[in-house]
Design a protein around this ligand. Structure first.
Ligand code: DON
Length: 306
């Protein structure tokens, strides 16, 4: 029997809406610091097309690192396993912006979801496309089926103005010979990529593509095979939450990805995709309430991927 997802997300929303939130809004990107910390939305979509949503599920926010799954998917569809010659597929056990491991591992990032790995993926996109910003946006619009998705220039420029940590990562990678293009050009694309704005409903719709792990999916010429789609899910499970990936697998038990804008998207292959948005973040940079909401979901359902 199909669970009553609508009732479930209603229950979760009601239980958590006014619950204490120990999280802190990301303020290292100046334009994100002023966001209303009480925003809270959930959307759950199923493969039969049903959409269950509540709260601020139709409000746009900055998807930030959630975009790293989409940039990887685009590059993976073009380069196949060549991607793994420059980025590994191992959890890092370090923070999303850490540089320590990158130095002693010779500029070969642990995975494509930490900042260092996403910067190498951005470098590949800059090499592959004359206008990577347009190609990337069209790709997301295609996956979502929504031509209105946009970058937020203000957020991109705001992050760039203080992006010293990402500049350090990019120069370290460049010094080790794993960045082909100019640091400026690569980071310009990276900051724009992170600034994409979407709603919970749009995120859940976009990531529903990754749920269908038994068929190829993509947009235009950029198709992933079913096998590649399963691998994307494996990476989300093992690396999607940085040094909290183990905790997320333990508490929630779904592949997923977080972003410092407060979004988490997670999915149960062949069943559903769920996104939560709540801006305050825990110490690992993942949405405090988002983690709680998804733990409640798989507990109430009595099933995760396990
Ligand atoms: O590069 C950064 O720091 C941000 N644009 C993205 C980081 C992020 O979303 C980490 N996720 N939880």
């Amino acid at each position: 029997m199909t669970p009553d997802y609508d009732q479930l997300i209603n229950e979760i929303y009601t239980e958590l809406k006014d619950a204490p939130d120990e999280g802190m809004v990301a303020d290292y990107i100046p334009d994100l610091a002023s966001i209303d910390r009480s925003k809270f939305g959930i959307c759950l979509t199923t493969l039969d097309g049903a959409q269950n949503k509540i709260g601020d599920a139709d409000e746009k926010f900055s998807i930030q690192s959630v975009s790293k799954v989409l940039s990887l998917a685009l590059v993976f569809s073009q380069l196949g396993n060549k991607v793994w010659e420059r980025v590994d597929v191992e959890p890092s056990g370090n923070g999303f912006n850490s540089i320590i491991q990158l130095e002693y591992e010779n500029g070969f990032p642990r995975n494509p979801f930490i900042n260092a790995g996403a910067i190498v993926i951005a470098d590949m996109l800059v090499s592959l496309h004359e206008d990577p910003k347009t190609v990337f946006l069209e790709y997301i619009r295609g996956l979502c089926g929504n031509p209105d998705i946009q970058y937020n220039e203000k957020v991109a420029l705001s992050e760039k103005s203080v992006g010293y940590g990402n500049y350090s990562l990019a120069y370290m990678i460049k010094s080790k010979g794993n960045l082909v293009n100019d640091v400026e050009e690569v980071l310009d694309f990276y900051f724009w990529q992170c600034s994409v704005e979407m709603t919970c409903a749009e995120l859940a719709q976009t990531f529903l593509n990754f749920c269908e792990t038994n068929v190829p999916f993509g947009h235009g010429n950029y198709m992933l095979t079913a096998s590649q789609s399963r691998r994307m899910n494996a990476l989300m499970l093992t690396c999607g939450f940085y040094d909290e990936s183990g905790e997320f697998a333990f508490e929630v038990g779904l592949p997923g990805k977080s972003g410092v804008g407060g979004a988490i998207v997670a999915l149960n292959p062949l069943k559903y995709c769920v996104s939560v948005w709540s801006p305050p973040l825990n110490k690992k940079g993942n949405s405090y309430k988002g983690m709680q909401a998804l733990e409640m979901l798989t507990t109430k359902l009595g099933r995760s991927i396990f």
